[in-house]
Unconditional design. Sequence first.
Length: 274
Amino acid sequence: MTSSETAKATRVACWQPAWIGGESGRDDFLERLARAAAAAADGGAELLVTPEMSATGYQLGLARTVELAEPADGALADGVREIAVRNRLAIVYGWPELADGGVYNSVQLVGSDGAVAARYRKTHLYGEFDRSVFAPGDRLVVQAKLGSLTVGLLICYDVEFPETVRAHALAGTELLVVPTALVRPWEFVPRTLVAARAFESQLFVAYVNWYGAGPHGYCGLGRVVGPDGLLRAEGPGDAEALFVAEVDRAAIDASRRATPYLLNRRPELYGAAQ
């Protein structure tokens, strides 16, 4: 057997919360996160993934977003680290990051030891709201180790570009974590596009969304999709949920043997599209 075939599967919990709309503060988020983290840990999860801007809510407008923005090592990070350590659970959370004289749409992976393992700033900004509020990140492939598993980070619109996911696959990402804040009528993205991305780049994708009315209607439908394009777990379209999936590296090996897209690539023919 190969080492990946004997490796233990990693249990990943995905929290699909009700949209909070920016009215609640840091303490309220941390209380909600603590409850989700405890439930995830009770279910044997090693990683908890939350949506885009999970600490504040999304589409809040410039003034409120700036008001809620914090540096990466601020009080919010301290609270998340404490929850991670208490529950012996790694956590991915999103917030407006105050840095370099601007605000970034960021996610941070905090390990079960409380150390920050990775931080990613959204590189592909969607629409006028994103571009009017946030500065774009300039580093696409951000990874961290969760045990022996290589975890990569993207945010929402980023995953809709095949180049972003392929870049992660070529860099060795095995689980691609994608916090999102997707609204109706774009249910096509989780239902079809996420599965296509996972299949064509042969990795696991954890796509985690809000649900609730909000200003536009967040559609839920978070999911974990395997490297074979098949659904491993999903959230509903109309309720808060915590769902768990197993990420098995042996499944990646099996998918890449069955359909060797990465091996059969011919980048010398693709030019700028490679």
